[in-house]
Design a protein around this ligand. Structure first.
Ligand code: TXA
Ligand code: MG
Length: 323
């Protein structure tokens, strides 16, 4: 296959029906969610999930997020406690992923990379919801990009990264949040995202009591090897552009493509008005443009860490990291 073999279908009944056929046949399809485009396959089929890993070139120890239509479907895959149900009630459908004990046999073990927990969320986006309804299956879906590269917020990003490796993308325009979902286990944020920690746990004193009644058993089921696997997707070099990236660049040198924010204009800006939510939505698209520019390096203006700014800086720090 070449990049031109990938089909891009605009969101609609025909696209969803075709995507559901591909998934029923054990294939994978790129579909937008409210965070980033995901690469979806039947989470109950080991062969289908293996296809996701193959397309992304992803290390197989890295578990995937399972998407389901609603809380009832989520409870068929994972075991909820009161805290988890409370978070689900407040933030689903939406960009929140919960790590919970998995029900045996509910998804292929390749999805969880052999862990006895599963990362699960109920997405809000109409395309992902329509695909869940049409397939009637839990769908495993990591971001629809080659492993370790910048996440896709446009169908064109998917085509550039996975063209030739997957058959179909559903195009429903730019994703709204622009950053991957917030991942929570117990009362710990494993990956910052669109939902800020302060709105997740407004009464969280952080004391031992607030931890005591969660269902989490951090080490017992993992053979004491949790440090390596707590957030396995949080590899230091994740989300990396090909070019060196410099943080807190208030000005840029001639060889840098400068990404601005607020008063710092740059070659392109994440948000003229200094709007942090707008900046999150524009971040990955700006990194894609910077990576494709004629300049060999990238500088990014300082971004405040309030609210979703913490997640932006998390992604930028990883993008700047070089092994
Ligand atoms: O917004 C999103 O979450 C997007 C869209 C497509 O839904 N998906 C996404 O999936 O970002 P992915 O596969 O790129 O990220 C999965 C993250 C990784 O950081 C992984 O380590 C973590 O979820 N994860 C999955 N299962 C886990 C588990 N059982 N325990 C801890 N972390 C887990
Ligand atoms: Mg990813």
């Amino acid at each position: 296959m070449t990049a031109t073999d990938i089909r891009v279908l605009p969101y609609g009944d025909a696209a969803i029906a075709e995507a559901a056929r591909v998934i029923a046949a054990g294939g994978c399809v790129a579909v937008p969610t409210e965070t980033v485009y995901g690469l979806a396959a039947d989470a109950t089929s080991a062969a289908a999930v293996a296809g996701i890993f193959a397309a992304k070139g992803r290390p197989s120890f890295n578990p995937l997020i399972v998407h389901v239509a609603d809380l009832a479907a989520a409870e068929r895959v994972a075991v909820f406690d009161d805290d988890a149900r409370d978070l689900a009630a407040r933030f689903w459908p939406g960009p929140l992923t919960l790590v919970l004990p998995v029900r045996e046999g509910a998804v292929a073990s390749l999805v969880t990379a052999g862990l006895d927990s599963v990362a699960i969320r109920v997405p809000r986006h109409r395309a992902m919801q329509a695909l869940l309804a049409a397939t009637g299956r839990p769908l495993a879906a990591p971001s629809a990009n080659a492993s370790g590269t910048i996440s896709p917020t446009l169908a064109a990003h998917v085509v550039a990264s996975l063209g030739g490796r997957i058959a179909l993308v559903i195009d429903d325009g730019a994703t709204k949040a622009g950053l991957e979902s917030t991942i929570v286990r117990g009362r710990t944020v494993l990956r910052p995202g669109p939902i800020a920690e302060t709105s997740l746990f407004p009464r969280n004193g952080g004391g031992p009591e607030s931890q005591a009644h969660t269902s989490e058993t951090p080490t017992s089921h993992l053979g004491g090897n949790t440090s390596a696997i707590v957030a396995p997707g949080q590899l230091a070099s994740h989300y990396a552009p090909r070019k060196p990236l410099r943080l807190n660049a208030t000005t840029a040198s001639a060889d840098e493509y400068h990404i601005g924010f607020g008063a710092i204009q740059g070659d392109a800006t994440l948000s003229d008005s200094g709007d942090i939510v707008e900046a999150a939505a524009n971040l990955f698209a700006a990194l894609h443009v910077a990576d494709a520019s004629d300049r060999p390096a990238i500088g990014v203006a300082p971004i405040p860490s309030d609210g979703i700014g913490a997640a932006i800086n998390d992604r930028l720090t990883r993008a700047a990291h070089r092994d």
